[in-house]
Design a protein around this ligand. Sequence first.
Ligand SMILES: [Zn+2]
Length: 468
Amino acid sequence: MLTRLLAAAALLPLVIPAQGLFTPGVKPFIRIDAPVIALEHVRVIDGTGAAPVEDQTIVIDHGRIQAVGRAGDVSIPDGATRLDLANHTVMPGLVGMHEHLFYPSFSGVPLYIEQGFSFPRLYLASGVTTARTAGTLEAYTDLNIQKMIDSGRMPGPKMHITAGYLEGKGSFAPQMPELTGPDDARSFVDYWASQGAESFKAYMHITKPELQAAIAAAHAHGLKLTGHLCSIGFREAAGMGIDNLEHGIIVDTEFIANKTPDVCPADPYASLAKLDANSPDEQQTIRELVQHKVAVTSTLAVFEDAPPLQQRFVDSLSPDALRFYLTGRDRLSDAARNMSKMFVQKEVEFERAFVKAGGLLAAGCDPTGNGSALAGFGDQRNIELLVEGGFTPVEAIQIATSNGAKLLGLDDQIGSIAAGKQADLVVIDGNPVSHIADIEKVELVFKDGAGYDPAKLLDSVRGQVGFH
Ligand SMILES: [Zn+2]
């Protein structure tokens, strides 16, 4: 009896506030809350790839962009809340296309801990106003977090949830389900579509019959399927009708000699060193991806094992997570560091060639790997790495905003700055065109016209990442 009572008590929330959990809602994090707002004298990078324009005024009316144009030409409605933002840049909210609400546990069995509290806040604080998750280990949690954000019970980006992983046998991750064949793949897709999942993610050990069944089922629901593949090559997957490929060419195993069909090779990166964006082989893959309209998601930040260690990163991690992270980072061998650099370099070369050939490239942070790419911060780092790799700042911002919106099929609503679009905007204290790292100087984040204070959001997750 006692044990039964204790077991029951263990399931009760420790604190039950009078008005339910998460009573603070979003109000404490909103600095600008007005029906009509004018952002005056700003530099606008509109997300479409167009050159930046100086001294603009953006009028926000009830969550939508009502007007954008030269300061002085745009009429500002009476009673508008006016912000003089000279020397600031406004760009669209980031559309993160490879986001997760989980973070590695660092040691023992490879488990990933749901960060349903801290990650939505980190994404929003970093300017990510729309987040497509790219796989989950707690699908119900992700779907419920999405509802909590949408109903204003907690701050976070607008979420588009991808179901759990469509994984075959042999996964390294014990939290993932293992498909038993094409019928299983079909019922998995049908079930999670019925629960509100908006897309699907095939993983490293899926077989061709399972992938084919999953793609057909997803498309029958009008939904998209992406993949971090290994058992199946990019050209094969493109031919099968996949919509999107995560991470890019460096996870493509089709260049590995004598690869067994449907099997993820023991060393999936065996051909990394000889990858060459100008080689006929890689060019052929690029042509086939473009021809089949397969988008690619850039996740450069997750491949960078030892980025500059930032104070905001240190401040966000829980003491244990920080200790585990730093220990692992200190132990990185020179070989591992060099490999990490090669990953980023080979991948960004592919991404430039892919975009040049007309491919749709989006971006996301993938907060996994060795823990370096944190939610939100990793999205910003990704943009910096795209620029270091040869994209212009305007191109990199387009990849991280309107390209993601296009891939989501929401580019008429989000991803760029124009009259009629949702007022999802990032106000930067600086100029990312001349100094891309300014992208980290987020002063305000507008989501549907509400101006969130990034400092308050970051403060609220101090020492929490890794814990929840
Ligand atoms: Zn991922």
